[in-house]
Ligand binder design. Structure first.
Ligand code: ZN
Length: 183
């Protein structure tokens, strides 16, 4: 997948996902698609209002719900009061630093997918496998570099990892074609 999309590319992406690209939806998607990142709705709201035009809280919440439904972003629910929106839709796991709350992307193929057929779950269809690892770093100065390196790894190798895991992830894999489908 591709990041640092310009507004025209964001508009085309939204159209391709079947979303009417209103100005505010384009602003929100443009913010999210600058890099692989994990933002709460409140963080998105304050970033938008600092850098873009004023957008209401209701608009942000409704737009994020639409984006999750249309697989423009992934919703990460760590707990009822810790919900994040992940702009990297390639399947991957996460590591949460319990001291800072920072979220790191972990490539899917580094952690083998459990043998779910051994769980005897009948005909359950697993749509997504995502693990959340929790831990801490004794030396925080390397945080940002590690975080960026892991995100890059997921973006560069994520599709191969997802294929190798053999899972139907329920998430669209691959670089979004930016060709507009609007007639
Ligand atoms: Zn992520």
């Amino acid at each position: 997948m591709k990041f640092r999309l310009n507004k025209r590319e964001v508009t085309d992406l939204l159209k391709e996902k079947g979303i009417n690209p209103t100005a505010q939806r384009v602003e929100i998607a443009h913010l999210l698609y600058q890099k692989p990142q994990h933002l709460s709705a409140d963080e998105i709201l304050s970033l938008l209002n600092a850098e873009y035009e004023q957008v209401s809280q209701a608009t942000v919440y409704n737009t994020l719900k639409l984006f999750v439904d249309k697989k423009v972003v992934r919703e990460l629910i760590f707990s009822s009061d810790r919900i994040y929106y992940d702009s990297n839709t390639i399947p991957h796991h996460h590591f949460v630093d319990i001291d800072t709350g920072r979220i790191f992307d972990i490539p899917l193929c580094i952690i083998p997918v459990p043998e779910l057929d051994r769980l005897n779950m009948g005909d359950a269809q697993i749509l997504e496998t995502t693990l959340v690892l929790r831990g801490r770093f004794p030396h925080r100065e390397t945080h940002v570099q590690i975080q960026n390196d892991l995100s890059d790894h997921v973006v560069k190798n994520g599709e191969r990892c997802a294929r190798e895991s053999g899972m139907n992830t329920g998430i669209e894999i691959g670089q979004p074609s930016l060709k507009s489908t609007a007639s």
